[in-house]
Ligand binder design. Structure first.
Ligand SMILES: [Fe+2]
Ligand SMILES: [Fe+2]
Length: 393
């Protein structure tokens, strides 16, 4: 039976012998220091805390005002949630919790059959490399938000959604791992692939460079150059990395799904895509708020470079994963869709479209991203799915 005070402690603790406490604290019965404290020793501690509060003069602190909150460089107490300045951020958090799932919820049995007996060599190449790219990307996304971005936010409602996002990125990594393991792929080889395939590494390298540009400990967002660097990194991750590369990154698998193949994996990716759509939306909203509060905007040349670099990397990637034909999908469609979605992200950011005239090459993609969870979820849920109650510690 679980002990809720200490989940790893399965048996109730035995009461300590009184004598051991009083006379021989260093006996074979190890007694935690806090257990030896009597009422007499605790009281001075409490008194000291109370007097410390008086020294801090907390009673004279002004209440937090919403208008004092800032995305970065805020001075309002970051430990106080309300009053909200960014109620939309809190709503993102509430909505994110409506998309709760785990990869174990989805039946993968047919995918094993499809992969080994129905997919062509070219389709297996697509499947493996898409997973190899995505799994590395999601770790990068998690590290970006959790290590580089969240600590710079100075309003708790922003941090709370980002905490959820960090969890979701970890969940996505688990999902890819679950697919890779279930299908029976060589995990070591798949995870290492981004390091040996230049066309995959090209995208990872760009993201790593952006992450490292804002992960440094001497980052000072009151310095305009550092703030500009942070803004560009944030735009890259929201609008390109999540808004285009993730958003379009699932579509080769969705193309298989549309032909009745790898439907379990595709359904997993639909759940991930719902998260990613929110990550992108939140990121762009936060970037716009940041620009307004700090009176800053991205340098047009830097933006142009960002789009061009992203397009070149996506082109090389598309040509690699789709080096041979598969039915209903090709590299040119993939790249054109990247340009089309990049224009959408630019409009959301209120900046110039980078690829005027780009056409929607995958008109079914938006529909695919709007999965009707309630219907699909219960139809496909595996019956032997275990909940937390089945866990053994
Ligand atoms: Fe993700
Ligand atoms: Fe994400």
């Amino acid at each position: 039976m679980l002990n809720w005070d200490d989940p790893l402690q399965t048996q109730p603790r035995k009461p300590e012998p009184e004598k051991a406490v009083e006379t021989t604290p260093q006996t074979t019965t190890q007694v935690a220091p806090e257990q030896t404290q009597t009422q007499e020793t605790l009281e001075p501690v409490v008194q000291a805390m109370l007097s410390g509060m008086a020294d801090d003069d907390s009673s004279k602190l002004e209440p937090v005002r919403a208008e004092d909150k800032r995305v970065v460089n805020g001075l309002a107490d970051v430990n106080q949630l309300a009053p909200f300045k960014y109620p939309w951020a809190w709503n993102y958090f509430l909505n994110a919790n409506k998309n709760h799932w785990t990869p174990l919820d989805i039946n993968m049995a047919q995918d094993v059959q499809d992969y080994h007996h129905k997919l062509s060599d070219n389709e297996r190449h697509v499947y493996e490399n898409v997973l190899a790219y995505l799994t590395t990307s999601d770790i990068l996304a998690m590290r970006n938000v959790g290590l580089a971005v969240m600590e710079k936010m100075s309003a708790p409602e922003l941090q709370i959604y980002q905490a959820r996002q960090v969890y979701e990125e970890a969940l996505h990594t688990w999902t890819y791992q679950h697919c890779i393991e279930t299908i029976g792929l060589d995990q070591g080889e798949i995870y290492n692939r981004y390091r040996v395939v230049p066309e995959i590494y090209g995208k990872i390298k760009i993201a790593n460079r952006r992450l490292n540009s804002v992960l440094r400990s001497d980052m000072d967002l009151t310095n305009r150059d550092d703030l500009q660097e942070f803004l560009m990194a944030y735009i890259f991750f929201a609008a390109v990395f999540e808004g285009c590369w993730f958003f379009n990154g699932f579509s080769p698998i969705f193309a298989l799904q549309r032909r009745g193949l790898m439907k379990g994996t595709a359904e997993q990716l639909q759940y991930i895509m719902r998260d990613e759509v929110m990550h992108c939306g939140f990121g762009i909203r936060t970037v716009k708020q940041l620009m307004q509060e700090e009176n800053i905007s991205p340098d047009p040349e830097a933006l142009r470079h960002m789009w061009d670099e992203a397009e070149a990397a996506e082109k090389a990637y598309a040509q690699y994963i789709l080096r041979g034909p598969i039915l209903g999908y090709n590299a040119e469609d993939h790249l054109e869709q990247f340009r089309f979605i990049a224009n959408r992200r630019a409009r959301q950011l209120n900046v110039d479209e980078p690829f005027p005239g780009a056409q929607c090459a995958l008109p079914w993609l938006d529909e695919q991203s709007n999965i009707r969870k309630e219907k699909n979820f219960f139809e496909t849920r595996v019956t032997e799915y275990q909940t937390g109650g089945g866990l053994s510690w």
